[in-house]
Design a protein around this ligand. Structure first.
Ligand code: B12
Length: 210
């Protein structure tokens, strides 16, 4: 996988979308698309992000790499058959943040796993609160990649509690991977380090264990 990560990174840094797509297509002949996303796409983007932090890469490279991956991942993780009964009503969003790739992946994983859910895109606390209340959402999945955005989940939770709304919050993204206790501090019910953990967490919630 290391060679593939390096080649994929080079394709992204040269803004060569076609080369990146070719690497993806060749690799998913041998490994599951999700494995490619988590072990190649996410690793390459983290390394590119680290390059920006230590000054060896430009923010524009981080941005373009993110956009290329966003499109590729959309193509490789197709929606599954959402024909499932007795599901809780679910929605997913990015809260006050424009890092969208994690949300796209989690959404695709859930759809591919047979779950149906609404994609709210990027939301702010007040609009999100109104929408989940109106649509009677039972499980809300929130993706954030910046600490200030993660802390806004606490505001949402306070509003929900004050209104007596009982909804399960599942959170994920970089701040929760950096700090293992943050999800509890913001009042979430569960946290996932990777998108592939999400189905088992939802099944645990459906089984009444969270
Ligand atoms: C690519 C990137 C960008 C791209 C985003 C492109 C896009 N369309 O998404 C661009 C260049 C636009 C960008 C901009 C900025 N970024 Co940026 N970015 C990154 C970077 C390098 C990678 C993020 C990424 O896409 N990773 C790949 C995806 C697949 O991983 P992921 O999102 O973590 O998702 C996985 C899991 O976490 C999980 N998951 C995620 N969400 C959820 C939700 C649920 C419910 C579940 C179950 C699971 C789950 O599933 C996914 C797959 O396994 C990170 C570094 C990092 N270590 O994360 C910095 C990072 C997130 N960025 C950062 C910053 C500071 C910024 C900027 C403020 C920079 C600036 N000064 O302008 C802006 C802010 C933009 C904004 N308003 O939101 C910081 C945040 C620091 C902090 N503590 O708050 C980071 C951590 C870099 C750093 N170390 O400083 N960024």
């Amino acid at each position: 996988m290391e060679t593939i990560v390096n080649e994929f990174m080079q394709a992204l840094l040269s803004l060569d979308r076609l080369a990146a797509k070719r690497i993806l297509e060749n690799t998913v002949k041998k490994v599951a698309p999700m494995k490619f996303v988590e072990e190649v796409v996410a690793v390459a983007l983290e390394r590119i992000g680290a390059g920006w932090q230590d000054g060896t890469l430009a923010l524009s490279q981080v941005y373009m790499a993110g956009r290329i991956c966003e499109n590729l991942v959309d193509e490789v993780l197709p929606p599954g058959d959402p024909d499932r009964k007795d599901q809780p009503k679910m929605a997913i969003c990015v809260l006050s943040d424009h890092h969208k790739l994690g949300k796209i992946i989690v959404y695709s994983v859930l759809r591919a796993g047979g779950f149906d859910l609404s994609d709210y895109g990027v939301m702010e606390v007040d609009d999100l609160f109104q929408r989940i209340q109106k649509e009677k959402i039972e499980i809300l999945l929130i993706s954030v990649l910046m600490l200030p955005s993660a802390l806004k989940i606490k505001l949402l939770k306070e509003k929900l509690t004050a209104s007596g709304i009982n909804i399960k919050l599942i959170v994920g993204g970089a701040p929760f991977r950096f700090d293992d206790r943050l999800w509890e501090a913001v009042g979430a019910d569960a946290m996932c380090k990777t998108a592939s953990d999400v189905i088992s967490v939802i099944k645990t919630i459906m089984g009444g264990k969270i």
